[in-house]
Write a protein that binds this ligand. Sequence first.
Ligand code: AMP
Length: 114
Amino acid sequence: MSESIFSKIIRREIPATIVYEDERVIAFRDIAPQAPVHILIVPKKPIATLNDATEEDRELLGHILLTAQRLAHQENIADRGYRLVINTNSEAGQTVFHLHCHLLGGRPMSWPPG
Ligand code: AMP
């Protein structure tokens, strides 16, 4: 896959407000937040979309969800509620082709999403 802006954030070549990092993932605040809490959880492995994940990534995908849960607690939205979103390809509105999970919270949300 071609290089994404998120690979540059992982390498600290462009700035971001990083809220969590370990050997497998990085999490930083979205530059255009859609809710009071809007964090992106990004695997360091450059997988373009969820369609490109394989059985080999099973543990990594679980780690992304558990990282989201940990950050929801850290941001004090775990009990009130939060939403996780993985936009995949054009009809879902994916704009950055490096797999990422949005953690959104801090306000009531409607369903269905737009
Ligand atoms: P998606 O539409 O699911 O591909 O989401 C991409 C997200 O990345 C959008 O919510 C953007 O606001 C966010 N984004 C793009 N560039 C940056 C950046 N440099 N730092 C933080 N978030 C970014």
